[in-house]
Design a protein around this ligand. Structure first.
Ligand code: 5GP
Length: 118
């Protein structure tokens, strides 16, 4: 069963400016901002402006614009936080750990020896 996109989800409200966020990057199609409960320093989220619930219902044309931004920000976050690696993840539906139902990619700089929390 496919669940419809809810245009009142928290990231849609961030996009509309109804909820504040610490923005890192924005273009016509994409927004990146800091996660409010970071799992490690530098934890950021990348979202498309077009509403999709998650990867399962996303338009491939939207993904084609989004993924290069995820890549750029992963490289930038790794450099900025002098990290050894970068965790990039996204979850689809509650069973997989999704809690906000607007497609997003987590980008988390990781350092050798740090326990992986996600
Ligand atoms: P999910 O579990 O859906 O993949 O991750 C949702 C993420 O959104 C979590 O890491 C959570 O900390 C973050 N988050 C939830 N509410 C807000 C908010 O109001 N502002 C920001 N910046 N992040 C949020």
């Amino acid at each position: 069963m496919t669940t419809a996109y809810d245009p009142n989800n928290i990231f849609a409200k961030i996009l509309k400016g109804e909820i504040p966020s610490v923005k890192l990057y924005e273009d016509e199609d994409t927004l990146a901002f800091m996660d409010v409960m970071p799992q490690a320093p530098g934890h950021l989220l990348v979202i498309p402006k077009q509403g999709s619930r998650n990867l399962l219902d996303a338009d491939p044309a939207v993904l084609a614009k989004l993924i290069p931004v995820v890549q750029k920000l992963a490289v930038a976050a790794k450099d900025a936080f002098e990290a050894d690696g970068v965790y990039v993840a996204q979850f689809n539906e509650p069973a997989a750990g999704q809690t906000v139902f607007h497609l997003h990619f987590h980008v988390i700089p990781r350092h050798d020896g740090q326990p992986l929390k996600p």
